[in-house]
Design a protein around this ligand. Structure first.
Ligand SMILES: Cc1ncc(COP(=O)(O)O)c(C=O)c1O
Length: 380
């Protein structure tokens, strides 16, 4: 196999690459010509189309997935001193949002196969102060919502879903992720299944919560209030019409982009099958369907991940440790005194996981090159 120099950037296979084309350009140009760049008609149009796509009664467009999670937690009533049970194996935002409301993120360990919050571990972490469960559909694999719904049958316990990585995923009972009625936040950063550059959406089933989120994303203004009249605390978490116009076009492309991601994932399974000790993302099971977001492998135990990444880089392949355990990040250690050993499944997975290049339109040749490079590095 030819060794590719890191200088040869043209041959480096990137981690992610969004699919954007002339339709997005035309949609943006139309918004620019209209002069209505924000608070215009594209926002509700995008919300409606998105809600229909996931089968939710309502949707609220917001400026990011984080903003969506924050407003969703506020909407279900999380506040001072409450506890929110969530996964330590996630992007840091899913825990941070509890802190925004002076609530405490309480971690529970993950399932070693799906890498999602383990319902039994979550059940063991429930206390009198628990106000919400915040499962994360990590890497696009649906969290076990039926189990969390049984747990949340206790009055006063709400569910907010972090669906930022899971557009296109479906639960075993046929309901799309985001379509169960609990507030579910999606993210539209550039590496996501659908992108608006930055952006997000909360889907939900309760109209009163929609009204509250719509108001709080817009500085606390009620829909019927005049300009600069505010009846509650709010934020500027709005999504622009420019972003919404891109989102509308991306929604039209979504099925194709999801199918393309699934094809790339299948090609990876074949390309990596022979590498001994390498863990692959779990296959869909019991009727759950993953919405492919990233392709993250688990390196064989004892492998030096940094050295593996460097060697891959020398072969023209980008990779990234993904994800680190949240409770062991310096801020969380200092603030809450977390220590290694608290969530052993999460820590083992976080130590070994490596994201490989993954995006729709990635050629089979590129997948094979990554497979050959990883095989050479791990077995050479
Ligand atoms: C699991 C998860 N939660 C939350 C977020 C936050 O989304 P955003 O970056 O749009 O604020 C992300 C985005 O990377 C994510 O992957």
């Amino acid at each position: 196999m030819a060794v590719v120099s890191t200088q040869d950037t043209a041959r480096v296979i990137p981690l992610a690459r969004p699919v954007l084309g002339e339709e997005e350009e035309a949609a943006v140009a139309e918004v620019l010509r209209s002069g209505q760049l924000s608070l215009g008609p594209r926002v509700p149009a995008f919300e409606q189309a998105f809600a229909e796509r996931v089968g939710a009664p309502f949707a609220c467009a917001v400026s990011s997935g984080t903003a969506g999670l924050h407003l969703a937690l506020r909407a279900v009533g999380v506040s001072d001193g409450d506890e929110v049970i969530t996964s330590p194996f996630s992007f840091v935002a899913s825990a941070n949002v509890a802190l925004y409301e002076r609530a405490r993120p309480v971690f529970a360990d993950i399932d070693p196969v799906t890498l999602n919050l383990d319902p039994a571990a979550a059940a063991a972490a429930v206390t009198e102060r628990t106000r919400a469960l915040l499962p994360v559909h990590i890497f696009g694999y649906p969290a076990d919502l039926p189990a969390f719904e049984a747990l949340a049958a206790r009055p006063g316990l709400a569910i907010v879903e972090d669906a930022c990585e899971a557009l296109g995923a479906r639960h075993r009972d046929g309901v799309a992720v985001g379509g169960r009625g609990h507030p579910a936040a999606f993210g539209f950063y550039a590496n996501k299944q659908l992108t608006t550059g930055e952006g997000g959406m909360v889907t939900l089933g309760d109209e009163a919560l929609k009204v509250r989120i719509d108001s709080e994303r817009n500085q606390g203004r009620a829909p019927d209030m005049g300009w600069l009249d505010h009846d509650r605390l709010g934020f500027n978490y709005r999504l622009s019409d420019i972003a919404s116009a891109i989102g509308l076009v991306q929604l039209q492309r979504l099925e194709g982009m999801l199918a393309s991601r699934a094809r790339v994932a299948a090609a990876y399974r074949e390309a990596l099958a022979g590498i001994e000790g390498l863990g692959l993302p779990c296959e869909d099971r019991d009727g759950d369907v993953r919405g492919w977001f990233v392709f993250v492998v688990q390196l064989p135990r004892g492998r030096d991940r940094d050295a593996t990444m460097l060697a891959l880089r020398e072969l023209g392949v980008q990779s990234k440790p993904y994800l680190p355990a949240i409770h062991l990040m310096s801020f969380y250690r200092e603030r809450f005194g977390h220590r290694p050993g608290e969530f052993p499944v999460c820590e083992d997975v976080a130590d070994r996981s490596l994201a490989l290049p993954f995006f729709p339109g990635m050629s089979e040749g590129a997948v094979e090159r990554v497979g050959e490079a990883l095989g050479a590095v791990l077995q050479g």
